[in-house]
Ligand binder design. Structure first.
Ligand SMILES: [Zn+2]
Length: 603
């Protein structure tokens, strides 16, 4: 039975009291940070408006004040959010979280003039400022901001774009409304004729079910529902891509891809290298599909047979303490320092809120701020997946810990492009340990298959999505009308290529694009594939290399956002502008497939 929050022992909960002893202290700090009762709330910052071009000293003072204020707000936010997640129905925490979220929005609004005003400083003056001693600590920040100058318009035009952006949210919102709220998928029957409810949540479960009739019915029924709305769904996606195109053209970017990648200084070669490497090595996925078909003993392998596990599950359960030990031990290749900090964080400093309690937020995350521990929320139940979740979140938390203790506040957060590297790296470490220590071939085969499925979903599938996304945007840029027919043909073509000749490409898959919410984000998914590839390549380097490789990786963890993401990874030892890291990752996938084949055909 799940316990009430008030009965959770201190040992099992995070040390959130290190931030504030209680909400009274939080309230007092809030009053100290936000003194005004009405707008402007951050008058001291507003006092700098119109003065930034005057001297480097003024600009330095403003930046100092801005980041110090943001830092304090983040501390207030972290405490309220964590306390809120402990028990989502607890009133005080909910109100505090609402209050600080509103204040944070007001802060963003009241300070939105800062970047445009910095960019309005003429470039010669700004260049001189950047070299000045007052701004030494902000030189990278200012340089990366200056890169946006050619794509920043005058205030009036920027205002118009912001206005348009608000109106152009409709395609994405309408898609979510249809897909998540309006659509009902009814019931499907399994091989025994039992009726089962089909929802987004059960769809994934049914596709992994051993009952083939259930898998087939779920697959067909869900995709056909989307298919019956193909005209509307095509228009919505087209509308979203038109929005990206409007943005790119208004902001003077050559293409939508440039508009998405340039602000983070990620070269489009990174995107293209990913697609190229996966295409050239797609036989690795085909080989895995062939093995799947053989192991399942099917005459025809359909798309609805590609998710069901091919190895019996690992029935072992773990206590939280065992999981903790496994995760800490697995990080041995990262050195004594790393292990000591992690051990202390997990065991003594109470970074983790371990178990489920009544009304606690579900799932898992790593969070916190510059002035707190890198907290981890979990709902640990003892299955193998939970052990991997702890390894994953601990990877994030150690990255945060190192960056926060080695960088000033304004460089202490890492960017999305590198965010999943440290977490995936630690999952790799754990997997390697578990495979090494597996008790028998069955356990080993199960672990390898888990890893293969993970790589298939993250590396191959997301790259296929990335290709489709690029196709869509290129079509709009070339004024090719997007029709349901065009989308279906392209999506079928991609599926045929990715799955290979051993898989029957069922016609319903032609509608699958219409249920993927990520296509509304605009060139986001490729980062899943590059992240897992970078992590795999770095893992290989560190575990087969020496002190130099390890130090480079630890330095990467310490670097926060003090440089461009591609440069940080380059210093760590991988160059994402080349096809090499992705090729290495696929090489690993291929080797694991061979190993699994050997294990499963041994008998
Ligand atoms: Zn993560």
């Amino acid at each position: 039975m799940t316990v009430l929050r008030k009965n959770v022992s201190k040992k099992d909960s995070w040390n959130v009291e290190a931030l504030y002893p209680n909400f009274k202290a939080w309230e007092a700090d809030l009053k100290k940070t936000v003194k005004a009762k009405a707008a402007p709330f951050f008058k001291e910052i507003l006092n700098f408006k119109g003065k930034l071009q005057k001297s480097s000293k003024q600009l330095a003072e403003l930046l100092e004040l801005y980041f110090q204020t943001e830092r304090k707000l983040r501390k207030l936010y972290t405490y309220a959010k964590l306390r809120h997640d402990e028990d989502l129905t607890e009133e005080t925490a909910r109100k505090a979280a609402d209050t600080i979220t509103t204040i944070y929005h007001l802060f963003s609004q009241e300070t939105s003039w800062i970047e445009p005003e910095i960019l309005a400083i003429d470039s010669q003056t700004l260049k001189k400022f950047i070299k000045d001693k007052h701004l030494a600590g902000y030189s990278f920040f200012l340089e990366s901001l200056s890169r946006l100058r050619p794509h920043t318009l005058d205030a009036e035009k920027e205002f118009l774009i912001a206005l348009a952006d608000q109106a152009l949210q409709s395609p994405h919102k309408a898609f979510s409304a249809i897909s998540d709220a309006d659509f009902k998928f009814g019931h499907v029957v399994d091989s025994k004729g039992v009726k089962k409810e089909l929802t987004h949540g059960t769809y994934g479960v049914y596709l992994r079910d051993q009952d083939r009739t259930l898998r087939k019915n779920a697959f067909t029924q869900l995709l056909n529902k989307y298919g019956s709305y193909e005209n509307s769904l095509t228009e919505l996606l087209q509308g979203q891509v038109q929005k990206h195109n409007f943005h790119a053209r208004a902001k003077k970017y050559a293409t939508c891809l440039d508009a998405a990648l340039f602000p983070k200084n990620i070269d489009t070669t990174v995107y293209k290298a990913l697609i190229k490497a996966v295409r050239e090595n797609i036989f690795a996925l085909h080989k895995y599909m062939k093995l799947r078909k053989k192991v399942l003993g099917l005459k025809e392998l359909h798309l609805y047979d590609t998710y069901v596990p091919i190895v019996d599950s690992y029935d072992r359960k773990f206590t939280y303490e065992e999981a903790e030990e496994l995760v800490i031990n697995s990080t041995k290749p990262l050195g004594d320092d790393y292990q000591k900090i992690l051990k202390n964080g997990l065991k003594t400093d109470r970074w983790v809120d371990r178990y489920e309690n009544v009304n606690k937020r579900s799932g898992a995350y790593s969070s916190g701020c510059f002035d707190s521990s890198p907290y981890i929320l979990m709902n640990f139940k003892g299955i193998l997946r939970d052990v991997f979740t702890l390894a994953h979140e601990a990877g994030h938390s150690m990255h945060s810990f190192f960056s926060r203790t080695n960088q000033p506040y304004h460089y202490s957060d890492y960017t999305i492009f590198v965010a999943e590297v440290a977490s995936t790296f630690n999952e790799e470490l754990l997997m390697q340990d578990l495979i090494k220590n597996a008790k028998n071939d069955k356990q080993k085969a199960f672990l390898i298959n888990e890893k293969l499925e993970d790589m298939r979903a993250t590396l191959f599938r997301q790259t296929m999505f990335a290709e489709f996304e690029l196709f869509l945007h290129t079509a709009i840029e070339k004024h090719i009308p997007i029709t349901p027919q065009l989308l279906k043909e392209e999506y079928m073509k991609l599926n045929r290529f990715y799955f290979g000749s051993d898989v029957i490409i069922d016609p319903e898959i032609a509608f699958e694009w219409s249920r993927i919410p990520h296509f509304y984000y605009g060139f986001y998914v490729y980062q899943y594939a590059t992240g897992i590839s970078a992590a795999a390549a770095l893992h290989e380097k560190v575990t087969t290399g020496g002190k130099k490789e390890r130090d480079s990786y630890i330095n990467f963890l310490k670097s926060g956002s003090s440089d461009y993401p591609i440069k940080l990874l380059q210093k760590a030892g991988v160059d994402m502008r080349t096809t090499e890291p992705v090729e290495r990752a696929i090489g690993k996938f291929s080797k694991l497939t061979d190993e699994l084949q050997k294990l499963l055909t041994k008998k």
